[in-house]
Write a protein that binds this ligand. Structure first.
Ligand code: NAD
Length: 443
């Protein structure tokens, strides 16, 4: 019989919390739980989902203890896993991360370019604060951290808490692998063995094999030259033509530049920033879509569950994106030795890349943590792009630690998405003013 585990979800008021709870409840056979806690530093926001989560848990397994709290001691005492998805500054600050750069004709995005840098400067303190609570109250606990911007946050954990039990992860490649599985016609992404390297939101698949060992990459690249990540003519005709459709279709332009690997779709922000800016509405960005869409839908569904006292007929769904969190916790708790993409210190895994860079590569995960797989040497194009981007991320973390205006200016200047030091300085002054409440004071 497996030990039952206790988890805390940090950033309990997140719109992803209910779907993560549904995912946890759907997987109790492989990850048995005795306790689920929600922790947030904004009680009013957490209360929008807390009662509904309690009802979902009681319906599935009334023996699971449940607490929603804003007290760090109560949250972090007696926990085996912390699932961390905090957003310091919440969605109104995301909106500014997206809209301020657009004023300067630069990419306005949550994790890439100037917006990602501004968000990184907010996130570091919040993530470190949560790691410190975890270490104080449950030193054996693992934090599975998917708070964004994951690359900058991962570099900050490497610099500031190098011995902590934190694993930085991202669901983006998982989402892409669902799409790849569809295109190559296998039932699940788990029927694929992949090789991938890069930084977070900045990487490439170099091999995609089915379980017979057949290499699918060349055929997939040919497919992508025509359809990007859309599933052929059928996909073109039937898929919901939202911003993800556009992004997936646009991937064909990424393959045109680098036709030997399969790119992460976020590379469009770095390789085609002019196209992205031209095709973004500066008065209604992704943050507005989320506030009017997912946030409203999730909070309304939670309010209904709370009012009815049951979840029958609810529109809330299990979050497929949360599947990898269950996989990772199961691997750590029960030593499954599963191969997973994680953001880790390079330490030679990519041979011709700095040892101290935080890279996203496949690792084998078991009860003692993760072991990275060797990725060998990478080509000049990818290496050049990655070196530039990793320097940006390191400068952001140094700027936060040293409270250095100069280093943050350098970070913005170096970003592939910013045209000059002049624009970088204007952007910095604007972002610094907007983030006064959240960034350390810069000198
Ligand atoms: P959200 O704004 O809906 O929720 C985030 C919650 O974090 C809020 O309730 C906020 O009050 C809380 N919070 C902020 N600072 C905190 C702190 N110091 N301690 C505790 N709680 C704190 O945000 P969201 O859209 O659900 O996203 C949450 C995070 O997860 C973001 O960073 C987002 O980018 C990230 N995310 C990551 C992935 C991935 O795979 N890497 C996927 C989806 C979302």
């Amino acid at each position: 019989m497996k030990n039952k585990l206790s988890v805390v979800i940090a950033g309990g008021g997140s719109t992803y919390t209910p779907e993560i709870i549904l995912m946890l409840l759907d997987n109790l056979d492989r990850l048995p739980l005795r306790k689920i806690k929600l922790y947030d530093n904004d009680e009013a926001r957490q209360n929008k989902v807390a009662k509904a989560c309690e009802i979902l848990i009681k319906e599935k397994d009334p023996t699971i203890e449940y607490v929603a709290t804003t007290d760090p001691e109560e949250a972090y005492t007696d926990v085996d896993f912390c699932l961390a998805h905090i957003r310091v500054g919440q969605l109104p600050m995301r909106e500014l991360d997206e809209k301020i750069p657009l004023k300067y004709d630069c990419v306005g995005q949550e994790t890439c370019g100037p917006g990602g840098i501004a968000y990184g400067m907010r996130s570091i303190g919040g993530v470190i604060e949560n790691i410190d609570y975890m270490e104080k109250y449950s030193p054996h606990c693992w934090m599975l951290n998917y708070s964004n911007p994951a690359s900058i946050v991962a570099e900050a954990t490497r610099r500031l808490r190098p011995n902590s039990r934190v694993i930085n992860i991202c669901d983006m490649p998982i989402g892409m692998e669902h799409g790849i599985a569809d295109i190559v016609g296998v039932p699940s992404r788990k029927d694929l063995d992949i090789r991938y390297y890069g930084l977070n939101h900045f990487g490439w698949y170099t091999s995609i094999k089915d379980k017979t060992g057949k290499e699918l990459l060349p055929a997939l690249i040919e497919h992508m030259k025509q359809y990007g990540f859309i599933n052929g003519e059928e996909g073109m005709a039937t898929e919901n033509k939202d911003s993800w459709f556009e992004t997936n279709l646009f991937a064909k332009h990424l393959v045109a530049v680098e036709p030997t690997t399969i790119p992460n779709t976020y590379l469009k922000y770095y390789l085609y920033p002019d196209y992205v800016v031209e095709h973004t509405d500066p008065s209604y960005t992704r943050a507005n879509e989320v506030i009017d869409g997912r946030e409203t839908e999730v909070f309304t569904a939670c309010a209904e569950i709370e009012k009815n006292g049951h979840s029958k007929g609810t529109s809330l769904e299990i979050g497929i994106h949360a599947e990898f969190i269950v996989d990772l916790a199961t691997a750590l708790a029960f030593n499954t030795q599963e191969r997973m993409l994680i953001i880790v210190e390079n330490k030679g895994a990519i041979k011709n890349f700095p040892d101290d860079a935080m890279v996203e590569i496949p690792c084998i995960v078991g009860k003692d943590g993760y072991e990275p797989l060797a990725m060998g040497e990478i080509p000049t194009f990818q290496k050049g792009l990655m070196e530039q981007q990793v320097a940006v991320e390191k400068l952001v973390v140094e700027a936060w630690i040293d409270q250095s205006y100069q280093k943050l200016w350098q970070a913005l200047t170096l970003s592939q998405t910013v045209p000059s030091a002049t624009v970088a300085k204007q952007l910095l002054d604007d972002l610094m003013e907007a983030n006064k409440q959240y960034w350390p004071e810069l000198h």
